[in-house]
Design a protein around this ligand. Structure first.
Ligand code: SAM
Length: 218
């Protein structure tokens, strides 16, 4: 497949402006800001739309799905407090942009997507860009038990509730970030596993995600 990956001064400048914008919006984790500054978000867009790539908006990537808004990616990434080598489960690979940010933060990423055409695209594009997560195709609402436990779990689609099976795949001391709500709006929720059956849940700001669809979801 022929990809046109050019990262010239125009895109680099736009990326720096995006980082400054995110800082103004309250993202203060320097490692997250550095990662946003490094990953060429326009590579996830058709060239016709490169001028949209560094705006702080979600954007259609086909099949009714979106590449998440940069602020949302930064917000979830900041909440995860990734340490180098953390084993991270990501539900909803989508374009793979969030996956690249997690990899830039030093995570060992296990990412799952339910839509085959998105999966097929990311398994080609990400390695081509030099990013190498562990890719899976299937229903991530059940997590990926075969590779559990995980230090961190990030869900990038809106869930109606926190899937029980996924919670059990967090290691003790592990942290999950998941948007939970109705089909329109979701609260960002963090869940820390503090004991075998003990979890600390915190509800944060409101977001708008495409739905998490599956056995333990919509
Ligand atoms: N973080 C992604 C990015 O940066 O491009 C955006 C993800 S998009 C908002 C949500 C993704 O979750 C979609 O690609 C959708 O197909 C996927 N998804 C929804 N339900 C899923 C499930 N049960 N398992 C795996 N992926 C799922």
């Amino acid at each position: 497949m022929a990809y046109k990956f050019v990262d010239n001064y125009r895109e680099q400048g736009a990326r720096k402006q995006l980082v400054r914008h995110l800082e103004k919006r309250g993202i203060d984790d320097k490692r997250v800001l550095n990662a946003i500054g490094k990953v060429p978000r326009h590579f996830f867009f058709d060239e016709t739309f490169w001028n949209q790539a560094y705006r702080d908006i979600a954007f259609p990537i086909g099949d009714g799905q979106t590449i998440s808004q940069p602020y949302t990616v930064a917000y979830q990434s900041q909440l995860l407090h990734i340490n180098k080598g953390d084993k991270v489960l990501e539900i909803g690979t989508g374009s793979g942009y969030q996956t690249c940010i997690l990899l830039e933060l030093g995570a060992n990423v296990f990412t799952i997507e339910r839509q085959e055409n998105l999966y097929q695209r990311t398994i080609q594009v990400l390695p081509y860009m030099g990013y190498k997560p562990n890719f899976f195709l299937g229903d991530g609402s059940k997590g990926i038990p075969a590779h559990a436990p995980y230090d961190k779990i990030i869900v990038t689609a809106g869930a109606p509730f926190v899937p029980e099976k996924m919670l059990k795949q967090l290691r003790l001391g592990g942290l999950m970030v998941i948007p939970v709500g109705d089909e329109q709006f979701q609260k960002m929720v963090t869940i820390l596993r503090v004991g075998e059956n003990d979890f600390e849940r915190i509800e944060l700001d409101t977001f708008r995600f495409v739905p998490l669809v599956g056995d333990q979801a919509w």
